[in-house]
Write a protein of this length. Structure first.
Length: 408
C-alpha cells in the first residue's frame, strides 16, 4: 500500500485508542423468516472474530461448521454483525452469557450465512490526537474519498498485530507446510511481550513444540492448537495446520490473493495510470453486475461510462482457473505469484487440501464513499457506509497518512 488518493497533508492521530472509537454495524440482507438456520445478532467489544465464533460454538456444544457469517469484523472495536446457527434453538442462545459480547436471536433463515451475504457496513470512527494544523484538510480529503481512492485491502486483512497472513498463505500454496507453521508461530513482532518474542524465536530455532506450548500464553489459542498437535504428532506440519478452523486456513490463501491485488494497484500508480482512466485489458464492472473488457477500440466508450458512474475498473485476482486474457494488472499479479513459486496448479492443490475453492475474483480498484466528518478539539469523527469487502481502515489511512501502526 504505497499510494494515497491525494497529496493533502494527513491529519495524523491514532485510531482505536479505545474500542468505542471504532464502531461498525453490519447491514444484513433480508432473512427468509423460516428455515433451519437461527439468525443471531452479535455485538462484541474487543473480541477477535475467530475466537468469538470458537467460544460461541464451545458454549453451545456444537461444531464450528454449524456457524456461518457474512463478514469478519475487527477485534479492537465495538462490532455488531450476524451469524447463522444450524439447528440451534433460540432458548439455547438466550441462556448464554459472555463478558463483552451479547448474542441475540433475531429470526430464522432458509440458508446459512456465507462471506459476502450482506448489504454493507456502517462505521462510526473517532481518530484522536490529530495534528491540529492539518485538520483543516479533512473536508478536502473527504471530497477525495467521495471521488475515489485506492481500494486497498486493509492492514487487518493480513493480520493487524502480526501481518503474516499472506506469507503463511504463500507457503501453503507452495506446499511448504513446515514453513507456514514456522512463520505463524515463530515470527516475533515489535508490540509483543518479550516473553512471547523469546518463545516464538525459540520455536523457530529449535522446532520444539512442547517447549513452545508451555511458554506461549493461553490467549494465543491458534498457535497453541498447532503446537498441541505437533507435540503429539512430531513433524506433521500439514496436519498441524488442519488443527486450525477451516475458514481461518482459507483466509491465509486468500490473503496472498489480497497481497497481489494491493501490489497491482501500486504498480498502476508506478506506471502513471489513474484509477479512473481505463487502459486496454482492464475489466469493467457495471452497476448491474455485468462485466466487460476495455479494448483499444472501445476505450472512449469505457471512459464515458466511468465518468458517468455507470462502471468501475476492476482487477481479477489470480486463482485456480487461468485467466484467458489477462490485462496489465492481472499480468503483474501473475508475474509476482510466479516469482514466488506459485502457479494456478498451486491454487488447485490448496483447494483440495483445504476443501475450498480458490477461484479468481474481480474487485473494483476504486473505493468511494461519502464521509460525514466533524472535528472536536484534536479529534476527527468520521461516519460513512461501505459495500461488502471494502475496508474502513483504507478510508482512515487516506485521512491520517501516518504510520500503519496507528491504524491497529
Amino acid at each position: 500500500m504505497r499510494y494515497y488518493g491525494d497529496d493533502h497533508p494527513g491529519i495524523g492521530g491514532k485510531l482505536r485508542t479505545v474500542p468505542e472509537d471504532f464502531v461498525v454495524e453490519e447491514l444484513p440482507k433480508p432473512f427468509t423468516g423460516s428455515g433451519p438456520f437461527l439468525i443471531c445478532r452479535v455485538t462484541r467489544r474487543s473480541w477477535e472474530h475467530q475466537h468469538a465464533i470458537q467460544e460461541i460454538a464451545k458454549r453451545l456444544g456444537i461444531s464450528r461448521k454449524r456457524i456461518g457469517w457474512a463478514g469478519t469484523k475487527d477485534r479492537n472495536a465495538v462490532a455488531t454483525h450476524y451469524i447463522s446457527l444450524y439447528k440451534v434453538e433460540a432458548d439455547q442462545v438466550r441462556a448464554l452469557s459472555f463478558k463483552d459480547m451479547a448474542v441475540e436471536p433475531v429470526g430464522q433463515h432458509q440458508f446459512g450465512l456465507s462471506l459476502g451475504d450482506l448489504e454493507g457496513n456502517r462505521f462510526g470512527i473517532r481518530i484522536r490526537g490529530c495534528e491540529r494544523e492539518n485538520l483543516a484538510s479533512l473536508q478536502e480529503i473527504a471530497e477525495t474519498v467521495k471521488e475515489g481512492i485506492p481500494n486497498y485491502f486493509g492492514l487487518q486483512r493480513f493480520g493487524a498485530q502480526k501481518p503474516v497472513t499472506h506469507r503463511v498463505g504463500a507457503a501453503i500454496l507452495r506446499g511448504e507446510y513446515q514453513e507456514a507453521v514456522t512463520i505463524y508461530i515463530g515470527d516475533p513482532f515489535p508490540n509483543e511481550d518479550e516473553e512471547v518474542k523469546a518463545a516464538r524465536a525459540a520455536f523457530r530455532d529449535t522446532g520444539d513444540a512442547a517447549a513452545a506450548l508451555y511458554a506461549l500464553p493461553v490467549r494465543l489459542g491458534f498457535e497453541r492448537a498447532m503446537l498441541d498437535f505437533l507435540s503429539k504428532h512430531k513433524g506433521d506440519y500439514r496436519g498441524a495446520l488442519k488443527a486450525l478452523a477451516p475458514k481461518l486456513l482459507t483466509m491465509f490463501v486468500s490473503g496472498w490473493q489480497s497481497y497481489l491485488f494491493n501490489a497491482a494497484i501500486s504498480d498502476r500508480f508506478d506506471r502513471g495510470i489513474p484509477l479512473d482512466e481505463p487502459e486496454a485489458g482492464d475489466t469493467l464492472i457495471y452497476l448491474n453486475g455485468r462485466t466487460d473488457r476495455a479494448t483499444e477500440k472501445n476505450l472512449p466508450t469505457a471512459r464515458q461510462h466511468i465518468r458517468r458512474g455507470r462502471a468501475m475498473i476492476a482487477a481479477c485476482m489470480p486463482g485456480a482457473t487461468p485467466l484467458p486474457n489477462p490485462g496489465p494488472m492481472e499480468e503483474h499479479m501473475i508475474r509476482l505469484s510466479s516469482e514466488a513459486g506459485i502457479t494456478h496448479e498451486a491454487f488447485r492443490n490448496a483447494a483440495q487440501y483445504l476443501e475450498s475453492a480458490f477461484d479468481g475474483a474481480n474487485r473494483p480498484i476504486v473505493l468511494r464513499t461519502e464521509i460525514v466528518a466533524e472535528i472536536e478539539d484534536d479529534a476527527a469523527l468520521l461516519n460513512f457506509t461501505l459495500p461488502p469487502g471494502h475496508y474502513a481502515t483504507s478510508v482512515c489511512r487516506e485521512c491520517m497518512k501516518g504510520d500503519p501502526i496507528s491504524l491497529v
